[in-house]
Structures are given as C-alpha cells and as structure tokens.
Design a protein. Sequence first.
Length: 290
Amino acid sequence: MGLLLDGKKIANEIQSEVAQRVGELINNNKRVPHLAIILIGEDGASHSYVNGKMKACKAVGFEYTLLQFATTITEKKLFKHIEQLNQDDDIDGFIVQLPLPKHISVEHIIPLIDSKKDVDGFTNHNFGSIVSDQPLLLPATPFGVMELLKRYQVTTKGKHCVIVGASRIVGAPMSLMMVEQAQATVTICHKFTQDLAKHTRNADILIVAVGKPGLITADMVKSGVVIIDVGTTRIPDATKKSGFRLSGDVDFEKVAPLSSFITPVPGGVGPLTIASLLLNTLKAYERHHD
Ligand code: NAD
C-alpha cells in the first residue's frame, strides 16, 4: 500500500502559514486580505465548496464577502457585479464559483475578471504565466497538486507524468506545471485518446482529473506509481447523513496496493484547492500593496 498523500494535513500547514502572515499584518495595523465569492443558483456541491472556502478564510483571518444570486441572473447583471469587484479597492481577489447556469457562458465571464484579482487563476494572463519566469496567480487545483508533491518530497524531475483529463481548469495547466516546475516528461490524455491504458501503464506519476469513478483500474498502472486523483463525483449513498459519498476516478482499493504514494478522495486534492485559493489571495493582496 502506497503512502497516503494527506491533503488535509498539508492544507492545514498552509493555513497556519497564511494565518501567521495575517497575524503579522494585524500587528502592523494593516488591513487584512479580502476575498469575494460570487455564487449563483442552488447547486448543492457549489454551496458546499463555497462554505469550505469561507470557513478557510475565517480560519486564517481573511475578510470575505459572499455575493449570492438566483439562477435567473442575466449575464449583463453578472458583468456589472464583476466590474464592480474589479474596481473595488477593498477587494484583493474574487472568484466566480463554477459551474454556471446554462444561459451564462464561462467563456464570456472569465475574461472579464481583472487578472490581478483572479485568485482561481483562470484568466489567460495567469494561465500563460505558468510558462514565464514570474508565475502570477496559478490555477488553484494544479497549484495545490504541486504543493502536495513538493511537501511530500515526491521526486518529479525526469519522471514520466501521465495526466488524464485536459480541461482548462485542471488537466491543461497541470501539464504545463509538471513540465515547467516539476521538470517531468508529460503525456496528456483526454476523451479521444486511444488505448488509455497503454499510456497510463507507462506513468511514474499518474494524475487523473476526469470525473468518472472507477476509470483507472489496477491493470492500468505499473507497480510503484504515484497516484494523484483529482476526480470528485457525488455518488448517492443512503447510509450517509448527506445522502451521498465522494468518489475519485481511481479504483482506490485495488490500485493503492500497487502505488508508492496515493491521494485519498475525499481528503486528497480537494483541501489543497482551497489552500491554494488562500495563497493566491495573499499573493494578490501583496501585489496590490506593492
Ligand atoms: P471537465 O469535464 O472540464 O474535463 C474532463 C476531462 O476529462 C476532459 O479533458 C475530457 O476530455 C476528459 N475525459 C472524459 N472522459 C474521458 C475518458 N473516458 N478517458 C480519458 N479522458 C476523459 O472536468 P474538470 O473540471 O477538469 O474536472 C474533472 C474532475 O475533477 C471532476 O470530477 C471534478 O469534480 C474534479 N475537480 C476536483 C477539484 C478538487 O479540488 N478536488 C477541482 C476541480 C475539479
């Protein structure tokens, strides 16, 4: 059985570091970082993620503001709120919680966010900065994965990293970070990849971000592989108080014994995404004050 990469533990470490920095600001009579969150509609998972983000802000001493709107909000109205947040000198960073209702296009919304306040790291400017000498606000989930690998001292240099999933939010930026920062050799797979197992079996490090429970089975990995399971799917489960349990994309029971390191779901990558949001908000605050 591989060593569990404990995302909760690393996220707590990061929270303590951020809280310490906030303590220093307070001692120096400075204002604290301020994060705003736009939440639209009633999606249960989105509400739960946003609650987690607000709880983390509270824990580290950030100020935070929730702007909550009905699913019926128009794109035009949302544009206005984004513009207000861009202009508001008191706000250091903000996020628009995804997914958005069908009538609002994420492609229309993201480019409107001032890249200096884009603490999710979704804008082209921040995405592109992954391959520059001075990375700016890095996409939060891949940034969290990098922190996890770094803090567990997982060797990445020269290793073959296979990424399954190529989204703008996770897989694509992850692949660039694994090349640029981790100095790995990268293969990126997606829904049109032929013979997925042929690729995954070659992975020293396998990062999966698809959203299909059980996609990666024991016969698809080699012994000693490092597994990072980003997938998070809600599975109905009457035995749970919430009525569901979370599942990753990897068949944990069968794959864990073959791995050298593995993330659990939940408690792996999820908490790191929130920790990255805190780090990005602090960074945006510090750049704002420079
Ligand atoms: P997405 O739907 O935008 O992208 C999915 C990707 O998987 C696409 O590139 C698609 O081509 C690929 N894909 C689909 N079927 C495939 C298959 N059979 N074989 C190989 N590739 C396939 O999703 P996303 O936003 O990138 O999220 C992916 C998963 O990660 C979801 O479960 C999501 O909930 C989770 N997620 C978790 C966190 C976290 O903090 N833990 C953050 C973001 C996303």
